[in-house]
Design a binder for this molecule. Sequence first.
Ligand code: ZN
Ligand code: ZN
Length: 382
Amino acid sequence: MDESVFQAFLPELVDIRRRLHQMPETGYEERQTSALVADLLEGWGLTVTRGFAATGFVATLDRGGDRAIGLRADMDGLPIVEETGAAYASRMPGMMHACGHDGHTTMLIGAAFRLLHDDDFRGKAHFIFQPAEETAGGAARMMEEGLFERFPCDAVFALHNYPGLAAGRFSARPGAMMAAIDAATLTVRGTGGHGARPEDTVDPIVTAASIVMALQTAVSRNVPPQEAGVITVGAFHAGSACNVIPDEAVLEISLRATDPVVRSRLCRRFEEIARLQAESFGAEVSIDWQVGYPVTMNDAAAIDLATSVIRDVFGEDAFEPLDRPMMGSEDFAFMLEKVKGAYLFIGNGDSAGLHNSRYDFNDMLLERGPVFLHALARRFFA
Ligand SMILES: [Zn+2]
Ligand SMILES: [Zn+2]
């Protein structure tokens, strides 16, 4: 393609990113964001299918052939008060694009622009704009609503910016890239009473404290040392006064693993430890599971394809292999369970961390991200 056409479009792309930054919308509320982007791509002549998972949509560029590539961006913001001081800071009170999804959305717009203006491009590209990545699993909901049945893809790819990695540098690994996450609310029910008469009670605080300590062995004694797992008790609520033994204690727990077998084993051990510890005190437990995201599993061939493109287009140094999976999680994992593909980081440079009130997406990536996605799609069909 004529690079001067893209260079001339870049200032507009920066402007789009900053406009999106000013109007962050949280999961399944991305109505204005979705409409702005869908209208733009439709105006360019792409075929746009709206109304997936409430606010998600797919834009298709069809230049023939049987195979298709899926390129995905997430669109949601976070309930954070922005403190960047940027001229284009959020105008939505208490909401912010603190994970760079404004940038991901704009990079995908840039990729669509490049493929559209590439007369030599042959193949079919589905640009998947998904809602609600942060907590509600918008990827899974798009799939429940028939995403890959209506838009079959032979491979799917997604980019996420990564603070601390040099701006524009890429990083990824084959196999597990991000951890699975599940959450559980554990309610320990005992029998409350007077703090002076513990013999007449079943103390849920002592029971829950014992469960917290026993859970510390779940990883060390049940997960092979070569594998990774985390159980974090992030909240412990019980009682109201020093001389009252309450009826119940409530714990909020997150469990993470980088292997599906470890994931199910940790969840099972958590339940066993909680129940049996409680039983030994005469207390009862109930567990309310919030099943989260699976392990983000990159396909080795898809990683090979992506890294060969990165090295050829940007040079040998532009790719930094990731030696270990990250313990964070990502709902693109659902798509990778169904279609082979890869999830890659693109360095955001020396910025504040993700989900920080001072974070901002690095506009430099609006050039390199689309150039990569364009070259990737070309090589996929080559
Ligand atoms: Zn995030
Ligand atoms: Zn994110």
